[in-house]
Structure formats: structure tokens, C-alpha cells
Ligand binder design. Sequence first.
Ligand SMILES: Nc1nc2c(ncn2[C@@H]2O[C@H](COP(=O)(O)OP(=O)(O)O)[C@@H](OP(=O)(O)OP(=O)(O)O)[C@H]2O)c(=O)[nH]1
Ligand SMILES: [Mn+2]
Length: 184
Amino acid sequence: MENGADDGAVLATLIKCVNFAAVKHKDQRRKDPEQTPYINHPIGVANLLVEGEVKDMAVLQAAILHDTVEDTDTTNEELVMEFGTKVAGIVAEVTDNKNLDKQERKRLQIVKAASASKEAKLVKLGDKLYNLRDLDRTTPHGWTQERVVEYFHWAAEVVAGCRGNNEFLERELDKLFVKWKVDI
Ligand SMILES: Nc1nc2c(ncn2[C@@H]2O[C@H](COP(=O)(O)OP(=O)(O)O)[C@@H](OP(=O)(O)OP(=O)(O)O)[C@H]2O)c(=O)[nH]1
Ligand SMILES: [Mn+2]
């Protein structure tokens, strides 16, 4: 069956989004021993949401863009201009304030998760699932086993505030929490 004009527009929007994130993250690598290109992470988070049958385009776009403001020179205004207020708003909700010290940033993620929008909670669930699967697969460069275990426990607290939004993502997260003996 031939694709309709609407399908073309949806695809064009998603490709623009992937390209924007790829350009912004172009010099970044993951912390795994293989130094995987960073862009694999945001694309992978969006792909987890697709596996979880998330259909909301704004959520999928926000997933692809979710680390651009936190980790690159991208501004919220730029996202508003390029992708609109809804997508930019979701990204803003999942963006840590890097001016705060790390402990405070981590504490705020737990506090803010519970009152976040459903859209932001979905991105958070995908982000945490991707990062925990990564930690389950391999240890980032320079991380001790204790730091990995701590991340699992902290992530479970953030995930607690995001529950009730996606059965697939929450089930996959729970499998990892059970494996790593984290109380849920
Ligand atoms: N597990 C894992 N994480 C990696 C790797 N490479 C980069 N990261 C990123 O590191 C962050 C988690 O490391 P932390 O030490 O807790 O955070 P920090 O980078 O902000 O200091 C995640 O950021 P984030 O996506 O913004 O999420 P989060 O900080 O909200 O958890 C994750 O995407 C890797 O190889 N494995
Ligand atoms: Mn992320």
C-alpha cells in the first residue's frame, strides 16, 4: 500500500529530529569500553518506547532529543523553534540542572519524577531502562561495582515515581531490579 502524505510528514519530522540529535551529539561517546557513539543512546531510548507501543509523536521526538540540552550546547529556545513547545517542554522536564551539584541533581530526579507529566515519565522509563541494560551488559569506564549498584538503587527510586504508564517498560525494568536484588 502506498504511504499517505501524513506518513511522509511524520517520517520527515522524525528524521529531522534524529539528524538534529546526531549533529549535536556528534563528538560524544558512551562510557562503555567500546566507546559506542552517544547517539545510539537517544535512538535506543526512542526504540524502547516503540517496543512499548508508545505512539505519541511528541514523546518519541522528546526521547530522541532528551539529552541534547543537558549534554550539548542546545538551548530550550532552539528546541521550541525547531520542534515546538510540546516536545521542548517534555525535554525540559527530563533535563537536569547541571549548575547544581551531582547529589542534589540525583535527589531532584527522584522528587520531580512523581509529579512529572505522563509524557516525561515515559521518556524517563525508557532512559532508565536503556542505561540499566547498559550497566547490566558492561561496566562504564572508571566505574566501581559499588557505583553500579548505587545507580541501580537510585534508578529504582526514580522509576517508582514513573510507574503506571507503560507495562512493557516497567516489566523489563523489574526484571533487572530482581536480577540485581533491588527492592521494588
Ligand atoms: N549506563 C551507562 N550510562 C552511560 C554510559 N555512557 C554514558 N552514560 C550516561 O551516564 C549517565 C549516568 O551516569 P552518572 O554518573 O550517574 O551521571 P552523570 O553522567 O550525569 O554524572 C546517564 O546519563 P542520562 O542518560 O542523562 O541519565 P541519568 O543521569 O538521568 O541516569 C547515561 O546516559 C554507559 O556506557 N553506560
Ligand atoms: Mn539519557
